[in-house]
Design a protein around this ligand. Structure first.
Ligand code: FAD
Length: 458
């Protein structure tokens, strides 16, 4: 336990908090407040590292007792920095990163502060996986509560579609279990409603048989072929088996292998694929893309699932300055592709990139109202990720805004709550019916709106 006697430290101790505390002036304060996005530089009142659910409850009670706002941090990946706020107590869950796998029932219990890499490593020991995202240093907590879109989404659904139950610390510090049978309204809201209803200290997932070897990797194309590559990927994904997920990525080729030297520093198109079915069938399914659009570099091959899950990690390292926006798409139309390519032709920084991914498959097999996730039925999404390295983020952010606006006429309404930037309202993340239910659940479980991740008001 922290040894200082600041009023906050004393209040936490009085409420039974036993975890580590980093306060302004402490040697570890700067490291403790830093998140993934280097563009966010906020000064919380303190960072309280909870050891367990009781610690989380104590931190909530202490903050409320002191009239202090608080935030909750899982993996720290919120691009807009929601998990740290100036002057608020940051309740950090990083120490809650245990993963228990029951291979017989395929049930996985994972702490609310675990990273996807930790979840993947533990489940893959048994040939199992829980659908996650595309970058393995993302937190299970925030990703799950917003929905969870990633490599397995078309085969096994969103992350929330595999959620069986959650241990939740509520606004008054009470610890409850939410599932289909217990606090079913809360369980519904947790699956897509963001971190607005309580702190999840443990998730319980049903895992699926995946790998350990899957067919995946990247096909790299010259910029001149980008339009044809988007069209060919669209063709491939129209009616594709659910076992196939594909991302068409626009990126500036870094000066290193496997990118050919003559393309270094130039924009290229990359198709990143994952096939989680029978490998031979996967080769057959991918053959038309490879034959119709022969790549410069073909890196698609059998690989461990954990390698697939971390394949893109280096594209998004901690500490650089980022800004993002996301569109859902009802189709990846030629007009959309043209607008996106025209935008990328003016990309201002080498690390800025754009990912377009096809949805559908298992995502659509869950009825829209069954969970709070707002946008089942979208056919694809495009994620614009501006990055300025260590420089001020504004040129990259300005580019993201301009390309977002230029492509907006070809996109569908709505936003993913996990890609909510400062310019958009949480209301846009949900349909009218889902919104009304979320507000009702908020009224019941958090009437004072102390969980203020996105701004749902009771
Ligand atoms: C590099 C990168 C890659 C990404 N890739 C994907 C992807 O492939 N698919 C995808 O769906 N999303 C992706 N995202 C978005 C990601 O889902 C969100 O940024 C998410 O908020 C990250 O969760 P976190 O726990 O790491 O973040 P944090 O910043 O720790 O948390 C964000 C918010 O989530 C809430 N929260 C987190 N954990 C808990 C908890 N245990 N209990 C209650 N509330 C909690 C809190 O409100 C918190 O403010 C990516 C983001 C980044 C930066």
């Amino acid at each position: 336990m922290h040894t200082t006697t600041s009023p906050l430290a004393t209040g936490l101790r009085d409420h039974g908090f036993v975890g580590r505390l980093a306060e302004p002036g402490d040697a570890d304060y700067d490291e403790a407040r830093a998140g993934w996005n280097g563009a966010i530089d906020r000064l919380p009142a303190a960072v309280a590292f909870a050891n367990d659910a009781d610690d989380v409850a104590a931190a909530i009670r202490a903050a409320r007792g002191a009239g202090l706002a608080f935030t909750v941090r899982g993996g720290g990946h919120s691009v807009s920095g929601r998990s740290v706020r100036d002057g608020a107590l940051c309740i950090d869950l990083r120490a809650l990163n245990g993963v228990e796998v029951d291979p017989r029932s395929a049930v996985v219990r994972v702490g609310g502060g675990a990273l996807l890499s930790e979840l993947d490593a533990a489940t893959q020991e048994h040939g199992l996986a829980v659908p996650g995202g595309q970058i393995s240093h993302t937190g299970v907590g925030g990703l799950t509560l917003g929905g969870g879109i990633g490599w397995l989404m078309r085969h096994h659904g969103l992350t929330i579609d595999s959620l069986l139950a959650a241990e939740v610390v509520l606004a008054d510090g009470e610890i409850v279990r939410a599932s289909a049978d217990e606090h079913a309204d809360l369980f519904w809201a947790l699956r897509g409603g963001g971190g607005e209803f309580g702190v999840v200290t443990r998730f319980e997932f049903r895992a699926h048989r995946v790998g350990p070897i899957v067919l995946g990797g990247m096909l790299v194309y010259p910029w001149e072929e980008a339009r044809a590559v988007f069209q060919a990927t669209r063709e491939l994904m129209t009616g594709a088996p659910d076992a196939l997920t594909a991302f068409a990525v626009l990126v500036t080729a870094p000066p290193q292998p496997p990118f050919p030297a003559e393309h270094h520093g130039r924009p290229v198109a990359v198709v990143a694929v994952a096939w989680t079915g029978d490998p031979d069938e996967g080769e057959r399914v991918l053959a038309p893309l490879r034959a119709g659009c022969p790549p410069l570099v073909d890196l698609v091959a059998p690989m461990p699932y954990v390698a697939l899950q971390s394949m893109l990690d280096e594209t998004a390292p901690h500490g650089r300055r980022y800004y993002d926006k996301l569109h859902y798409l009802s189709e990846v139309s030629d007009a959309f592709i043209d607008a996106l390519l025209a935008g990328f032709a003016e990309v201002p920084t080498p690390h800025t990139h754009v990912m377009t991914s096809w949805m559908g498959g298992a995502i659509d097999r869950v009825a829209p109202g069954d969970t709070a996730f707002g946008h089942r039925g979208a056919r694809a999404f495009t994620w614009l990720i501006g990055c300025s390295g260590d420089d001020p983020v504004e040129p990259a952010a300005d580019w993201v805004r301009r390309v977002f606006d230029a492509t907006a006429p070809f996109a569908s309404a709505g936003v993913y709550v996990n890609a909510l930037d400062e310019g958009r309202s949480v209301r846009d993340a949900y349909t009218d019916e889902v919104w009304a239910r979320l507000v009702a659940v908020k009224r019941r479980y958090d009437p004072d709106a102390v969980f203020d991740a996105h701004g749902i008001r009771p």
